[in-house]
Design a protein around this ligand. Structure first.
Ligand SMILES: [Ca+2]
Length: 312
């Protein structure tokens, strides 16, 4: 039985690849819907980009909902410096013809969790956690119904990418992240510690291009684009492909390893706002609330990704 998931996302080139991987893997993953959130770029663009990606995959049947257009208590911070003005800079892709689904993403999340048996729907947030936290606050009855949350966000050893101590998704809406991490739902975290090992080397990007399909070329051009920024920033041999770690975990969890530990979110300090305070060394008696990943079989991850993208 495939896992039923909702992808909550702010595409973003790496979000796009995560969505494509999910849509290419129907044996393991059933996408109940995609909810867009403001993050890498404003909501209007993420809601559009999510549909562009569905159309690229030939899946105009997927329902895409627009969600919150700003964090719970703060102005929106975006990342055009990484993803380009459109959020999906790189390939030239047509504007979507499929319409947005009617209704708000938060209500879709609530209604979907209520409509399915408890413990059968997994949430996969790939952006700031505003939609998820807003749904939990509006309808606390759904919290116990969530099977699992598998998210990209945070960092421990890699510390931060938007400030010296914070990863972008958590930093944009730390109050929302705090609500999610305190919710009691079982959480799997793909932090920078993992995603900074999932590097798109030239060889790996050539493998996408060599698929010689619309999807293969689009993915190669997307990763080409944000590599320019990341290579300069990190001096690494390629850019990290963050979000597909979430969907890869649903297909092949043994690619990843980590520790079940306590993770709390800094919401007060100006200096360390949005830090994921991860008790990796278990030096407190705070209750573990998250499976915090620390390692990935990077070549296995890219082999899986290339094999699955070849299906689209
Ligand atoms: Ca994202």
């Amino acid at each position: 039985m495939p896992r039923k998931i909702i992808i909550d996302t702010d595409p973003g080139q790496d979000d796009a690849v995560a969505i494509l991987l999910a849509l290419a893997s129907p044996e393991e993953i059933e996408v109940l819907g995609i909810t867009a959130i403001a993050g890498n770029v404003p909501l209007e663009l993420t809601a559009k980009n999510a549909r562009i990606v569905c159309e690229l995959a030939g899946r105009t049947d997927i329902q895409v909902y627009a969600g919150c257009d700003r964090p719970m208590n703060r102005p929106l911070i975006t990342a055009e410096h990484v993803h380009g003005k459109s959020g999906l800079d790189g390939p030239v892709l047509p504007d979507p013809e499929m319409p947005l689904a009617q209704g708000h993403a938060v209500d879709f999340i609530i209604e979907t969790l209520r409509a399915h048996a408890p413990g059968t729907v997994t949430l996969c947030p790939l952006g700031p956690l505003t939609n998820i936290a807003t749904a939990f606050r509006k309808a606390p009855d759904i919290i116990d119904r969530v099977q699992e949350i598998i998210l990209m966000g945070g960092a421990y050893f890699e510390v931060g990418n938007i400030t010296p101590t914070a990863e972008f998704n958590i930093y944009v809406d730390p109050e929302a992240a705090d609500i999610v991490f305190r919710s009691g739902v079982h959480i799997v975290v793909m932090p920078l510690d993992v995603t900074h090992d999932a590097l798109v080397t030239p060889h790996r990007n050539d493998a996408f291009r060599a698929l010689d399909s619309k999807v293969g070329h689009a993915v190669a051009e997307m990763t080409d684009f944000f590599e320019r920024f990341d290579k300069e920033k990190y001096g690494s041999e390629g850019a990290p492909l963050h979000d597909p770690c979430v969907t890869a975990y649903l297909i092949q969890p043994d690619l990843f390893s980590g520790r079940h530990i306590n993770v709390e979110i800094e919401t007060q300090s100006e200096l360390t706002l949005g830090m994921t305070v991860a008790d990796w060394w278990r030096v407190t008696d705070r209750t573990p609330n998250a499976m915090f990943m620390g390692d990935v079989d990077a070549q296995g991850f890219f082999d899986l990704l290339t094999e699955r993208l070849a299906r689209l």
